[in-house]
Design a protein around this ligand. Structure first.
Ligand code: CS2
Length: 493
């Protein structure tokens, strides 16, 4: 419920907002668009937009504002919310002890909905002021076949874009059109920075984009390969889905914001120092430029994201709702500790400046933050794109090097049960929010073996008989009605 004194957020009302809310201390009206970001969700706003805002505040260099772009009709709600408040929004950091800090972020200069005007988006990408294009299009957004690592060219939107290069539908169509226009106009290409949770995200983006361009224009694909930089990056900040309670709480503090973002205090951004155009000195505000991002990515994906998926899939069957509630249960807390120590840590490479044990401890604390209320529904969404990136590489490494993979295998058993029955162990319905939901359900209903043979998710995992054995044992125990809690207690011994 909104209180009557809450001020609608806008440039005009900024100075009237309560003093407890930090505001951009730079001239917002002077900010120029230096970055185009595709995929403006909560995470982008809590992370890249926050870093950019801090950078502009600290350096006074206002040439790095962000123009957001939404490619889907589903982005209209965000476009309308942001447009209604001059593209300002509030970021609320919630600490474990209840402390909160809110600040208005002024980094967004605009938000364009591509479906409304594809030409304008292509023009924006070709604008001389744009030096960087960043992406958060989700793990599944790269159109990569997970079993072969190749571009899926038969996709309907890809075929559409090849025939209609001026009115594309998918991200690669836009990027190609923008880069082409820049080349025609003699402008340097922008750097393309993927901020998705994928190992070697920049290299994957390069491979997929160039594969797409090759279908249309081989010579231009060669030019892009040689002239565009695709730095890899590791991004981290837990950002739950904004709830109506979050909006109401902010209104009680005096700000009427249609779509604020809530996040944890922690943030990390490690970027490969490889740009083909100017870059903002984000290292002035806590980001790190390094030569090789791979060990950081591997650490984060295998420790944090995989642990999230484990809690998501196992916790859902046990009827738990959020990550921090899982962490309050000893069984889950121990499960994660053992998973990180005995299944993940042995597969990691040394990471400069990071003590892996300390990293684990910090993660457990971050997950336990009771004010973040990160739902298992969010974590389980799009598991078909997450599990192959977050968990499978660890299982496969352990199978190759005779390491432990029992917790990983049990998580897949839980996912099977979740997909086959669509309910918790107590029979409460669980929704499967996944673009491959039909396939997952159909595979699971044919039985656990058939589920594991969904090769574009699991690759050749079903060919490892020792894995099969452990996985089927987990499925049998679940089917006999043994509780998740009692199984994971045993697995954590
Ligand atoms: C989560 C991530 O989507 C997921 O399953 O693991 O969104 C996670 O919260 C972020 O990567 C944290 O940086």
């Amino acid at each position: 419920m909104q209180t009557s004194t809450a001020k609608k957020l806008s440039r005009q009302t900024l100075s009237q907002l309560p003093t407890t809310i930090a505001k951009p201390d730079y001239a917002i009206e002077k900010v120029e668009t230096g970055i185009v970001h595709i995929g403006v969700g909560g995470f982008h706003r809590a992370h890249q937009a926050m870093y950019t805002d801090a950078f502009m505040a600290q350096t006074g260099d206002l040439s790095w504002g962000i123009c957001g772009v939404g490619l889907r009709e589903g982005d209209r709600r965000m476009q309308e919310a942001l447009a209604s408040q001059d593209h300002l929004f509030t970021l609320v950091e919630k600490h474990a002890d209840g402390e909160r800090s809110a600040r208005v972020i002024g980094a967004l200069t605009n938000f364009m909905l591509a479906v409304d005007n594809p030409k304008a988006v292509i023009e924006q990408l070709a604008s001389p002021s744009v030096k960087l294009v960043s992406l958060t299009i989700t793990e599944g957004g790269y159109n990569m076949d997970p079993s072969t690592g190749e571009f899926q060219s038969e996709d309907a939107a890809v075929q559409h874009d090849l025939k209609n290069p001026e009115t594309p539908k998918q991200v690669f169509g836009y990027l190609m059109a923008g880069l082409k226009l820049r080349q025609e106009r003699g402008l340097a290409p922008f750097t393309l920075l993927s901020c998705d949770n994928i190992q070697h995200n920049g290299s994957v983006l390069k491979k997929m984009l160039c594969a797409y361009i090759e279908l249309a224009d081989k010579e231009f694909a060669q030019w892009v390969t040689e002239n565009v930089a695709f730095p890899n990056s590791m991004v981290d900040r837990i950002t739950p889905t904004t709830t109506t309670d979050d909006i109401a709480q902010l209104a009680e503090c005096g700000v009427d914001d249609a779509w604020p973002v809530v996040c944890e205090p922690f943030a990390q951004w490690i970027i490969e120092d490889s740009f083909c155009h100017d870059k903002p000195a984000l290292d002035k505000v806590g980001a790190q430029f390094v030569q090789d991002v791979a060990p950081y990515e591997k650490l984060k994906l295998r420790m944090l994201n995989a642990s999230h998926s484990i809690l998501g899939l196992c916790g859902s069957l046990a009827g738990v709702q959020t990550i921090h509630e899982c962490m309050q249960l000893d069984e889950f807390y121990h499960l994660l500790t053992v998973f990180m120590e005995s299944e993940v840590a042995p597969t990691l490479d040394p990471v400069a400046g990071i003590d892996i044990k300390e990293y684990q401890q910090i993660l457990l604390k971050r997950f336990a933050n009771p004010n973040i209320k990160d739902t298992l529904t969010r974590i389980c969404s799009q598991s078909s794109a997450k599990i192959p990136v977050f968990l499978l590489p660890t299982i496969l490494d352990n199978l190759k090097h005779t390491g432990r993979y029992h917790i990983g295998a049990f998580t897949i058993a839980c996912w099977y049960y979740y997909s086959a029955r669509g309910c918790t162990q107590a029979g409460e319905p669980l929704h499967i929010d996944d673009s491959l939901a039909t396939e997952l359900k159909a595979g699971a209903q044919r039985g656990p073996e058939a589920f594991l043979k969904l090769t574009h998710i699991f690759g050749n995992l079903s060919q490892f008989s020792e894995f099969n054995h452990v996985y089927i044992d987990g499925v049998n125990r679940l089917q006999r009605g043994e509780s998740v809690q009692s199984i994971i207690t045993e697995l954590s011994c």
